[in-house]
Ligand binder design. Structure first.
Ligand SMILES: *[C@@H]1O[C@H](CO)[C@@H](O)[C@H](O)[C@H]1NC(C)=O
Length: 319
């Protein structure tokens, strides 16, 4: 009996762990994100603490003050930063590693959820070339190549740096005023090992929704959107170690609706398996000697737990 309890508990925990925030957005199910819960109390935007800015004045490296006053924004998560600025009729986006994990590929998408969001996925290759792959997915599978994306992105190899502590991959794309500021990001630490745009992607390390407000006017203290993980436009570093910094550390991705459903499923399965199934067995064990009704009770509880399981499985699968 004890070992059965143990394995049921393990089953419940496995169900729960399936729904962790790190769950696979690029190859997993579609998230029906309502777009309300991804505001970035977890991501750090352009603001840099005054402490960080002032301590960095001695190590000015690459002041990019030419961008001050232009429209742009940057956002950082634990694994990567995304910077974007408007240059004439196009937008230059920089995907830059926070160097907490090596770069396999980096991606961003223009939308608030995985399903049907146009994505730009980039990775460096061993020959120094950079692959840019525009993809889309219905949400169920790995995103596949989109042969006619709404906007064509162009890799900017000269602006990209595939090596060093904060590799960055840059692309330009025509500006689209109808596109909202919601974006999704994904970061993989396994290189696809091929420069083909349809190369198979190994599951990402982490991903999530965030936002980038290109209507923002860049100030000198903002992160440099061409070097968002490393420096500000004034040339200071964006080191988050300064006291009072509100910048990124670890990041918790808000759960998408389907992930919440998975958690509910895990909890309900645990309740179902831990209570209903053993109750059926115990009823059979202890009531058997007292009453002929035991079999009926046992049968009803078993049936209830099976129905319960099927019902909630369906609820999740319909997502
Ligand atoms: C803006 O775009 C032009 C041409 O497309 C390019 O030459 C220039 O370097 C860009 N400016 C910046 C700051 O990247």
């Amino acid at each position: 009996m004890r070992s059965i309890f143990k394995s049921l508990l393990v089953f419940g925990l496995v169900s729960l762990s399936l729904a962790r925030p790190q769950d696979n957005i690029l190859q997993g199910r579609a998230g029906h994100d309502d777009g309300d819960d991804h505001d970035s109390n977890d991501d750090s935007h352009t603001s840099t603490s005054s402490a960080a800015a002032s301590t960095a004045t001695g190590s000015v490296t690459s002041a990019n003050t030419a961008l001050v006053g232009m429209q742009g924004d940057s956002v950082c998560t634990g694994l990567m930063c995304i910077g974007g600025f408007v240059n004439g009729t196009s937008v230059t986006y920089t995907l830059q590693s926070q160097s907490s994990s090596s770069v396999g590929w980096m991606a961003m998408g223009f939308g608030s959820q995985m399903a049907n969001t146009p994505m730009v996925i980039m990775w460096p290759n061993s020959d120094g070339k950079i692959t840019l792959s525009q993809r889309k997915s219905t949400g169920e599978f790995m995103p596949t190549v989109d042969s006619s994306p709404p906007r064509t992105a162009t890799a900017q190899a000269a602006l990209s740096t595939a090596s060093g502590s904060n590799p960055k991959l840059v692309f330009t794309i025509p500006q689209d005023s109808t596109v909202g500021k919601s974006i999704i990001w994904a970061y993989g630490n396994t290189n696809p090992g091929s420069d083909a745009v349809d190369a198979t992607l190994v599951q990402h390390l982490n991903s999530g929704p965030t936002s980038l407000n290109l209507a923002n006017t860049l100030a000198a203290s903002d992160r440099d959107p061409t070097d968002p993980a490393v420096s500000t436009l004034a040339g200071g570093t964006t080191s988050d170690s300064g006291s009072g910094s509100g910048s990124s550390g670890s990041v918790v991705i808000p759960l998408l609706n389907y992930q919440k459903m998975l958690i509910a499923h895990g909890v309900l399965c645990t309740i179902g398996f831990l209570l209903l199934l053993p109750a059926g067995a115990l009823l059979a064990r202890y009531l058997r000697s007292f009453s002929n009704a035991w079999f009926k009770g046992h049968w009803i509880i078993k049936l209830l737990s099976v129905c319960h399981h099927l019902y909630f499985s369906r609820g999740v699968n319909s997502f």
